[in-house]
Ligand binder design. Structure first.
Ligand code: GLC
Length: 550
């Protein structure tokens, strides 16, 4: 499979993001879950050459950068988030040369490339953990090994639960326990050990020297644990998405690590960035990760978890903007990723879920800041709920006896073309089965169909570049404490409708399941569902978002 690559410069491709103090401030960044994007060699698993061959899709979509999920050597106990060698590519995904080719090809068409780094834990197959198990002197100090409690130390050292279910501690044959906030195959590192920080600085340099534009920092809020590893207390539930303060997440000490990483990124002097995957209890706590001397962005998961409710949405938007503006950072907007149920399904599924998902996408792309698009959301893909248990790979599913199997259904391989599976995903099959009714959702089918979700995303991204009031923040936004750095204003609107303006632009969102009439805010330029307007009054369709030139 070959695709023509058009050479443009990075500067021109990111035109609305340059000259404003940093390309990432309003960038649209596309998440590629490598295993499920495109398979070049027919083994049913996506790979780096597959991504390279499909770069024209991303260029045509109009995104600024791509984030690649982990492709490093790994036993794949958690989809590659269990890394055994941080400087080598897993043969499943290709070679280092393939990575180099991909980065160059992406740069040649104006796309930046961000890669994942997984610093909270290694794989149990990492040489450091093997040395720890083998009893090599000092090797256990790089991890969090502790003696157990109770008779013969048979009880775990504390009451912490793994995010994937079950105790966060496993016992090794000689009786010691080690901490794993995720699966037992993912032992947590002890970031107080100087070699850990040194090693990760060297890993970051390795990939930066290869030419990547930055890192998505996995579990960026987890690397430092409360001193003494205290119990949470009976009844407390340890979850990734919780709002409770927990002794293993969002500890103040993590910020020192991010500061040192910022210095390292800045030393390259050319816009390399770090984005934190940090689940913090409030927008204010999250903003601490993007202070001027820390990382550049943090995923705004409050937007992702917000229900389809106008008051809740407005609150999240206002609080997110205020919190990030107070530290001079851009806000990010995220609707989906590889860890959550796809938003078409979260918003109710079917035609209604799709209508809301399309509206939410236009809302997200109208807001000031940077937006993340998860592969397949531009196709309106729903969650695949009926996967056979034996094919599921998510450790959370298997550790929670099927109660919590939420992460395979959003990882089903992308349908590119054709009338049946694997829909052009690759020359072989696909590691998870694709639904029989996805022929209408392929890139090929949706291309050129003005009503398709793909064409909606393409049009929205094109307009976002073209309209001066969108995307590009106004000068002066970096002033700490300035509450309205983007000239964004809420206007009064009928119940259930959100209406805001930005310079030269207005956006309406009708969250109600019925048509709502209001005075026309301007000239409609894009809508998630067809709007009827006579120039004075507009009938907003149910569950829709419209962009207006004013
Ligand atoms: C992050 C990743 C998730 C992974 C976990 C442990 O939340 O997004 O996929 O399971 O970290 O590394």
């Amino acid at each position: 499979m070959t695709h023509e690559l058009t050479a443009t410069s990075l500067a021109s491709a990111s035109s609305n993001a340059t000259g404003n103090g940093g390309w990432w401030r309003d960038a649209v960044i596309y998440q590629v879950y490598v295993r499920s994007f495109a398979d070049s060699d027919g083994d049913g698993v996506g790979d780096l050459r597959g991504v390279r061959e499909r770069l024209p899709h991303l260029a045509r979509l109009g995104v600024d950068a791509v984030w690649l999920t982990p492709f490093y050597v790994s036993p794949q106990a958690d989809g590659g988030y269990d890394v055994a060698d941080y400087r080598a590519v897993d043969p499943l995904f290709g070679t280092l040369a393939d990575t180099d080719d991909l980065v160059r090809a992406a740069h040649a068409i104006g796309l930046r490339v961000i890669v994942d780094v997984v610093p909270n834990h290694t794989s149990e197959r990492h040489p450091w953990f093997r040395a720890a198990l083998a009893g090599e002197p000092g090797a256990r100090e790089r991890y969090l090994f502790r003696p157990g409690r109770g008779a013969d130390g048979a009880e775990p050292p504390n009451d912490w639960e793994s995010v994937f279910g079950g105790p966060a501690w496993s016992r090794v044959p000689d009786g010691d326990w080690y901490l794993h906030l995720f699966a037992p195959e993912q032992p947590d590192l002890d970031w107080e050990h100087p070699e850990v920080a040194e090693e990760f600085a060297s890993v970051l340099r390795f990939w930066l020297d290869l030419g990547v534009d930055g890192f998505r920092v996995d579990v960026a809020h987890g690397m430092v644990k409360a001193p003494g590893l205290p119990d949470i207390g009976r009844g407390a539930q340890a979850t990734l998405i919780g709002t409770e303060p927990l002794p293993f997440f969002d500890q103040d000490g993590v910020h020192e690590i991010h500061r040192s990483w910022r210095r390292l990124l800045d030393s390259y002097g050319d816009g390399r960035i770090g984005v934190a995957e940090a689940w913090a209890p409030t927008s204010e706590r999250l903003a601490l990760y993007v202070r001027p001397d820390e990382l550049h962005q943090a995923f705004n998961f409050r937007f992702l978890t917000c229900p389809w409710d106008p008051e809740a949405m407005r609150t999240v938007i206002d609080e997110s903007l205020a919190a990030t503006a107070s530290v001079g950072a851009p806000t990010t907007w995220v609707l989906s990723n590889h860890d959550v149920v796809r938003h078409v399904t979260r918003y109710g599924g079917g035609a209604r879920g799709l209508a809301r998902a399309r509206a939410a996408a236009l809302l997200m792309l109208a807001l000031p800041g940077s937006a993340y698009v998860y592969q397949g959301e531009e196709l309106g893909l729903p969650e695949v709920a009926d996967l056979p248990d034996e094919l599921r790979r998510d450790p959370a599913f298997h550790r929670s006896a099927g109660q919590d199997g939420l992460r395979d259904g959003c990882r089903v391989p992308i349908p590119w073309a054709g009338g049946g599976a694997p829909y052009g995903f690759g020359p072989g099959g696909s590691w998870l089965p694709q639904p029989a009714d996805w022929a209408g959702l392929t890139v090929q089918t949706q291309t050129g169909d003005p009503h398709s979700t793909l064409e909606l995303y393409r049009a929205a991204l094109e307009l976002r570049r073209a309209l001066p009031g969108l995307g590009a923040p106004e000068a002066g936004r970096e002033l700490p404490g300035k509450r309205d750095p983007y000239g964004m204003r809420w206007l009064p609107a009928p119940e259930g409708v959100l209406l805001f303006t930005r310079p030269g632009f207005a956006c309406t969102v009708n969250t109600r399941g019925a048509v709502v009439e209001l005075p026309s805010p301007g000239r409609p330029v894009l809508s998630s569902s067809p709007v009827a307007t006579d120039g004075r009054t507009v009938r907003l369709p149910a569950d829709s978002c419209t962009w207006w030139a004013i």
